[in-house]
Design a protein around this ligand. Structure first.
Ligand code: CMP
Length: 222
């Protein structure tokens, strides 16, 4: 538990207390941990693997709000306000999650100002990312949204090629649609334009992008 960022400030005594109220579950890739509107209020911590928080519409279209990985927590919104879940959580890898009951975690918050600060910092970061996504959806066309998204991925897991491009693992049209709030058809069209303009290249299983492209500067608006 000491390796989990939100618990790092806790004393051994408190960590022991948490471990007593902590239930551990394994979930398979693709499994739904809970649905938007469910009435649960537990806090989840990812001990291994990764999950996505997403909104689903009745046609099965999906908007990914965030991806959480080892050490991250989710479920804090219902935990804090007691209202139904704001999003659906789906495992994107085989994962192990720890679950803490609401009363247990609220008690911890009351006794540990450092956890409150960690929780608030994580919430602030999530609001900033949501603002960024909202801004992109309101102000950028689909091509720019794709580039902005790929640049973010490149920052985290891109590799430089010999000719100075950045290589990232290819992402399917469906996933790009879920991450940028565009339709799959719009993604296919925009990718064609990006490739035609030489802004994006594809190589077996990878996208190649130039590190110098700013999402707002490469595309002349008509
Ligand atoms: P909760 O509403 O309890 O259940 C769904 C969870 O998804 C939510 O808590 C957060 O942990 C997470 N979540 C919902 N909206 C966002 C968002 N905009 N950014 C990051 N995480 C979110």
């Amino acid at each position: 538990l000491k390796e989990i960022p939100i618990f790092q400030s806790l004393s051994d005594e408190h960590l022991t207390l948490i471990s007593k109220g902590f239930k551990i579950y394994r979930v398979k890739k693709g499994e739904i941990i809970f649905y938007q509107s469910d009435e649960s209020t537990d806090l989840y911590i990812i001990l291994d693997g990764a999950v996505k928080a997403c909104l689903l519409d009745s046609d099965g279209k999906e908007l990914i709000l965030n991806i959480f990985k080892k050490g991250d927590f989710f479920g804090e919104l219902s935990l804090l306000d007691g209202r139904p879940r704001s999003a659906t959580i789906i495992a994107i890898e085989d994962s192990v999650v720890g679950v803490l009951k609401r009363e247990h975690f609220l008690k911890l918050l009351k006794n540990n100002p450092m956890i409150v600060i960690s929780l608030l910092s994580a919430l602030v970061e999530r609001i900033r990312m949501t603002d960024e996504m909202l801004g992109a959806m309101a102000f950028l066309d689909v091509s720019r949204r794709i580039i902005k998204f790929l640049m973010n991925v490149a920052e985290k897991e891109g590799e430089k090629t010999r000719d100075g491009l950045i290589r990232i693992k290819k992402i399917t049209h469906r996933e790009l649609a879920s991450c940028t709030g565009a339709s799959r058809e719009a993604i296919t069209k925009a990718l064609k334009v990006l490739k035609f303009k030489g802004i994006l290249k594809e190589e077996e299983g990878f996208f190649l992008i130039s590190p110098h492209i700013e999402p707002c500067s490469f595309y002349e608006e008509k």
